[in-house]
Write a protein that binds this ligand. Structure first.
Ligand code: F6P
Length: 339
């Protein structure tokens, strides 16, 4: 069989581990030839393909990023995009296409599948917001990096008696802020799932500073003030409705300093969260997903994506995740607030 492979959306640690698993298993176990498309769906549209052999993927397990490159292009949003994808699939004689991506890339994958190209998806995103899987590739690494950052902020916060605000990625769901906030012992954790009142935050910090001289506040980039609260950040969304990186962190830091009188500083962790070598957990997850995806593609179980559910990886139809967001559950939010 001839299998196409792409990585789409924002990059993350673990993509190369998944590519390696697809190629190694595809070639050795199933006798497939694998062709990689450069820069996500854009590469499929352009017919920008490279053969992938076992040699090509040797040694990439530990590498961050993606050897194929990535892009946020979605063929159904590009004039003539779907037609170009179908043409490339025919020219390359693809029996199936494996797409490694977040909600946007996998949503596009489901549309391409419906248009007639058999597709299998693998969920990756540091945001961990893909429905139908307990974890997505990249999340564990991002949480480790963010936790280490919070650990490091503690000593400087304490030395200078400051409030340290750290803004973490997560536009729609606050998984990184909540997980790293809890693991790193942040005193306040703000996620999009529970809109906050800045006066309540200021009060909590003032209360804490009766017995401690510093505080750590973890803020997801998509965190929002509660409706009806007297304070709201200015211009926190860009023209596409996405949060502007650094904006909410900046406004929260300023408001805390104003309302508490405590010196406050902001760290925007940004793309550091997506860079570098994957953790062991992400290498393991990516390898399991890669193996399950190529097995599904060869078996003709397409129109599906890999999901970790409890101890097992299984395949589910794209309809489970397309157009949906996996939010942080209430009990985890309560844990974040309850300490
Ligand atoms: O991959 C998801 C994500 O990391 C979001 O948390 C973040 O807002 C977004 O990507 C920004 O990525 P880019 O600037 O590459 O579009």
């Amino acid at each position: 069989m001839r299998i196409g492979l792409l990585t789409g959306g924002g990059d993350c640690p673990g993509l190369n581990a998944a590519i390696r698993a697809v190629v190694k298993r595809g070639v050795a176990e199933h006798g497939c030839s694998v062709v990689g498309f450069r820069n996500g769906w854009q590469g499929v549209i352009d017919g920008n393909a490279v053969p992938l052999t076992r040699d090509d993927v040797s040694g990439i397990l530990v590498n961050g990023g993606t050897m194929l490159g990535t892009d946020r292009c979605h063929p159904h949003n590009v004039p003539g995009g779907m037609e170009a994808v179908l043409e490339t699939a025919q020219n390359e004689r693809l029996d199936a296409l494996i797409c490694i991506g977040g909600d946007g890339t996998l949503h596009a994958a489901s549309k391409v599948h419906d248009a007639g190209v058999p597709v299998v998806g693998i969920p990756k995103t540091i945001d961990n917001d893909v429905v139908g899987t307990d974890a997505s590739i990249g999340f564990d690494t991002a949480v480790s990096i963010a936790t280490e950052a919070i650990d490091r902020l503690h000593s400087t916060a304490e030395s200078h008696n400051r409030v340290m605000v750290v803004e973490l990625m997560g536009r729609h769901a606050g998984w990184i802020a909540v997980a790293a906030g809890i693991a790193g012992g942040a005193d306040i954790i703000l996620a999009p799932e529970s809109p906050f009142d800045i006066d309540v935050i200021a009060k909590k910090i003032k209360h804490r500073h009766r017995y401690k001289d510093f505080s750590i506040v973890a803020v997801a980039e998509g965190a929002i003030p509660a409706e009806g609260s007297s304070w709201g950040p200015v211009e926190s969304l860009d023209s596409r409705g996405n949060p502007i990186a650094g904006q909410i962190g900046h406004e929260v830091t300023r408001a805390i300093e104003e309302k508490t009188g405590f010196a406050s500083r902001l760290t925007v962790l940004g793309y550091v969260q997506r860079g570098g070598t994957p953790t062991a957990a992400d290498r393991l997850l990516a390898t399991r997903f890669g193996v399950a995806a190529i097995d599904a593609a060869v078996a003709g179980n397409t129109g599906t994506f890999t999901g970790l559910r409890g101890e097992h990886v299984d395949m589910q139809p794209f309809s489970v995740m397309a157009g949906k967001t996996k939010f942080v559950p209430e009990d985890l939010l309560q844990t974040a607030w309850g300490l």
